[in-house]
Structures are given as structure tokens and as C-alpha cells.
Design a protein. Structure first.
Length: 187
């Protein structure tokens, strides 16, 4: 089993990899495929954090956790707005690379902060519980499972807290998944 922090960091490394693959692509088809993969993973990851990780901050870290969750939700909103713009661009658009750079720059600083401050604080809180490893692993399992049921595109105007995010996500996800059938992804 994997602790929650490792599951989140694993997603961060995948996003970094997709970003690099878009940057190093030699043709528009490859850029488009990795743009779709990057969008798909980032949208799912963000909502997974908002539904599982941020409520864990609030539950286990008290007032400090609430402040962390609120700050991270605010950062996510900025990322979602930038992702919404990026996901609607074609690789041939003049602003494609600049949009990606702006998005990834914002995302990277958010991920670094989560990895250096937020997730270690959460794991320390888990460690104080009698079933510390079980609890962290249970949250990791919930985080991974949640990503199967959430939207795969950015919807910055959607609610960012349960229960409304859950309801809107369950209504939006099937539409996104249908649209995914018409997008190209890496082979």
C-alpha cells in the first residue's frame, strides 16, 4: 500500500513528465496527444485533492489545515482557469507554448509547496494516530478511486468543496468522458 503523500507526489511526477513530453514534441499531433493527457490527469488530480486531500487537512490539522486547504483551493482555481484556457488551444495556435509555460509555472510552485509543506504536515498528523499507516493508505486509496469518477476537463466555475463539487462532478464527468472519445491521446 502507498501513503497518501506518495500517491499525490506520483501524480505530480506524471504531470511533470507530460509537460516535458509536450515541450519536446517534434510535431503537432504528439503535442496534442500529450496536451490531452496532461489536461486529463491534471483535471482529475485537482478534483481528487479537493475531495479527499483538502478535507483531510481540515479534519486532521484543525485551523492550520483549514488555512492550508483554503490556500490550496485558491491556487487550484488559478490552475483550473489556466488549464481551461490551455485545454481549448490547438497545438498550432501561436499562444500554445506560452499558455503551457504559464500554466506549468503556476502548477509547479503549487506542487513544490504541497510536497515541502502540506503533505509532510499531513503525514505527521497521520503518524500521531493509532492506525497511522492504515489511515494514510486508506486516504491514498480513496484519492486514487475518486479520480475514476470525476471530470477529465477543467471547469473553473464549478464548486471546489464537497458536497457541491461531488454533485457537479458526477454530472459533468460523463460528458467529459464522452468528449474524451473524440480526443487523441498518447499510444
Amino acid at each position: 500500500m502507498t501513503p497518501l503523500s506518495e500517491a499525490v507526489v506520483h501524480d505530480h511526477r506524471e504531470l511533470e513528465d507530460y509537460y516535458k513530453k509536450i515541450q519536446s514534441a517534434n510535431d503537432e499531433d504528439t503535442m496534442t496527444r500529450y496536451q490531452n493527457q496532461f489536461t486529463w490527469e491534471l483535471a482529475r488530480h485537482s478534483i481528487g485533492e479537493e475531495l479527499v486531500v483538502y478535507p483531510a487537512f481540515e479534519k486532521l490539522l484543525g485551523d492550520e489545515g483549514k488555512l492550508m486547504a483554503d490556500k490550496d483551493r485558491k491556487e487550484h482555481l488559478k490552475v483550473k482557469e489556466l488549464l481551461h484556457k490551455f485545454q481549448n488551444l490547438k497545438a498550432s495556435d501561436p499562444g500554445f507554448k506560452n499558455s503551457l509555460e504559464t500554466l506549468y509555472g503556476t502548477l509547479k510552485s503549487h506542487m513544490e509547496e504541497e510536497e515541502k509543506e502540506d503533505l509532510p504536515a499531513l503525514e505527521r498528523a497521520f503518524a500521531k494516530l493509532p492506525t497511522s499507516s492504515d489511515m494514510s493508505e486508506s486516504y491514498a486509496k480513496s484519492f486514487r478511486r475518486t479520480k475514476h469518477f470525476v471530470p477529465t476537463r477543467s471547469h473553473p466555475n464549478a464548486p471546489d468543496k464537497p458536497p457541491f463539487e461531488t454533485v457537479v462532478g458526477l454530472m459533468t464527468a460523463p460528458i467529459d468522458k464522452l468528449m474524451d472519445l473524440f480526443h487523441k491521446f498518447p499510444k
